[in-house]
Design a protein around this ligand. Structure first.
Ligand code: PLP
Length: 370
């Protein structure tokens, strides 16, 4: 079976982790990310989920505030704000890309709106110029769910560095990984001191360590969000491998794109990378014509021992959301939920396997034609 994903390991992690782990390994990871991408301030976390939850606190979201976000995203994007009592206002995706449709955001803004959350699908940037100008006009915060976005850019600016806060994932499905992990980029200098407290269980422990206070205590609400040192040591090694990983993933992605271009003649929509965006080769996906076609293709590939998968289930149709909200129609988000397929893409995948998977997909469509 060709698996859908194989977490990236350089093979040297075990050796690296068995050496003595410096006490400041978390800071070392943070500095490495700041240096590589020019991020203002990085806070390592044990997941993107907790980074989003902290972002919701930093944005001071309270009961009744409205938060606009795409429906086609992961549960954590919405859950972080639902935990604060916010009303989630789902927006549709673009017709030509799973990202939020920037042209409908302003119509959803009310006097209760506090935050716009964007999620850059497959590491391909949303239209940040437009979104940042809507936010500036209505005095809203922008939080980037950049879970999939390591090493990806909007007009040469790293994703996660454009809104007030960016949240990333190092889950084992990501380009570089540490099993469970993530980080938060705080771009707004006014939020940095509070982030130090919130990430430390609501205590002023950082000030205590710096000798600024004589004891540390509970000063705010907070989270237990720091990864362990062993995880950080593993991750530090992976951060150093990012260029090598990206080079290989991009070659595989481009080869898929070349081989599968022909699918457009069967009405399949290939992945789009906008002029303003880079491609970090996080996912190779395409959108089938119908739900049944997508599911038949997944079964067909499975029968050939190729593990292909669908992706997010539009949140406006979720059981939890429908408990307190009326059924609504967001046709593009529904189309991506029902028709999008992701095929294997991981560091150890070979060009021969990309050819084999591409041949199998083309074979499926050829068989459908007759
Ligand atoms: C868009 C998005 N946001 C957040 C998350 C949560 O990331 P994590 O597993 O690091 O908590 C994911 C997971 O893949 C995701 O796809």
């Amino acid at each position: 079976m060709i698996p859908f994903n194989k977490p990236y390991y350089s093979g040297e992690e075990k050796d690296y982790m068995s050496r003595s782990i410096p006490a400041d390994i978390i800071e070392k990871c943070e500095l490495a990310l700041e240096k590589k991408y020019g991020f203002n301030k990085v806070f390592l976390s044990n997941s993107c989920t907790v980074a989003l939850e902290m972002a919701a606190v930093l944005a001071d979201v309270k009961t009744g505030d409205e938060v606009i976000m795409p429906s086609f995203t992961y549960v954590s994007t919405a859950n972080a704000f639902a935990l604060r009592g916010a009303k989630i206002i789902f927006a549709d995706s673009r017709a030509d890309h799973p990202n939020i449709d920037e042209n409908i955001i302003e119509k959803l803004v009310t006097e209760k709106t506090k935050v716009i959350v964007v999620m850059h699908y497959a590491g391909v940037a949303c239209n940040m110029q437009k979104i940042m100008s809507i936010a500036a006009k209505h005095n809203l915060l922008v939080i980037e769910d950049a879970a999939q976005c390591i090493d990806s850019f909007y007009k040469n600016k790293p994703l996660g560095s454009i809104g007030n806060i960016g949240c990333f994932s190092f889950h084992e499905t990501k380009n570089i990984q540490c099993g469970e992990g993530g980080f938060m980029v705080v771009n707004d200098p006014a939020l940095i001191d509070r982030t130090e407290v919130i990430r430390n269980k609501g205590t002023n422990r950082t000030s205590f360590i710096k000798g600024e206070v004589s004891k540390y205590q509970w000063v705010d609400i907070g989270f237990s969000s720091l990864p362990g040192r062993i995880t950080a040591a593993f991750l530090h090694h992976q951060i150093g491998k990012i260029d090598e990983v990206q080079k290989k993933r991009k070659i595989l992605w481009e080869h898929y794109y070349k081989r599968l271009n022909i699918l457009s003649s069967w009405g399949v929509m290939l992945p789009r990378v906008f002029d303003y965006a880079s491609n970090n080769a996080h996912i190779f996906y395409f959108t089938c014509v119908s739900y049944s076609e997508r599911n038949e293709l997944i079964s067909f590939l499975n029968s050939k021992k190729i593990h292909a998968v669908f992706h997010y289930q539009a949140l406006h149709r979720s059981e939890y959301y429908l408990k307190s909200n009326k059924n609504m129609s967001l046709p593009n988000a529904e189309k991506y939920s029902d028709c999008l397929i992701r095929i294997p893409l991981f560091f150890d995948l070979t060009m021969e396997e990309v050819d084999l998977i591409s041949d199998s997909i083309i074979d499926f469509y050829n068989k459908k034609k007759v």
